[in-house]
Write a protein that binds this ligand. Structure first.
Ligand SMILES: [Zn+2]
Length: 126
């Protein structure tokens, strides 16, 4: 079954694809989320995502845990995975996949397997 859009007012937007029911008694219904859905596939449009956020966003942040202290970039938490997509980027024998430390600018090559492993990281601190 298709996922329904979680926008609290999705059914209030008047579009032809929302109209359902027998002729003469059509009414607007919540859309299903298509494969290009927004907000991790929970909303049919950014409008619906924004509607949800206006209604529930602050409670969601409080429920998940509000940030109370500022975070800081350090060499220990600043490794991000990068990919050289284009052949012109790899012509100088640059690696296809690499880590880049956005704090120190250091770069280290990665294997494709390490790149695709979402738990593989060089980060050691918050
Ligand atoms: Zn929607």
């Amino acid at each position: 079954m298709s996922k329904l859009c979680q926008g609290p007012s999705c059914h209030m937007y008047d579009t032809t694809d929302r109209k359902r029911g027998p002729k003469g008694n059509k009414r607007n219904q919540t859309r299903t989320v298509n494969r290009y859905g927004y907000g991790n596939g929970d909303f049919c449009t950014l409008n619906c995502q924004n509607d949800w956020w206006k209604e529930h966003g602050t409670r969601a942040v409080d429920y998940i845990g509000r940030l109370r202290e500022p975070k800081a970039m350090t060499p220990e938490n600043s490794w991000i995975k990068r990919e050289n997509y284009y052949t012109w980027q790899r012509e100088n024998n640059e690696p296809r996949y690499y880590f880049r430390n956005v704090c120190t600018q250091e770069e280290r090559p990665l294997t494709e397997q390490q790149f695709n492993d979402t738990s593989y990281t060089l980060n050691t601190g918050e």
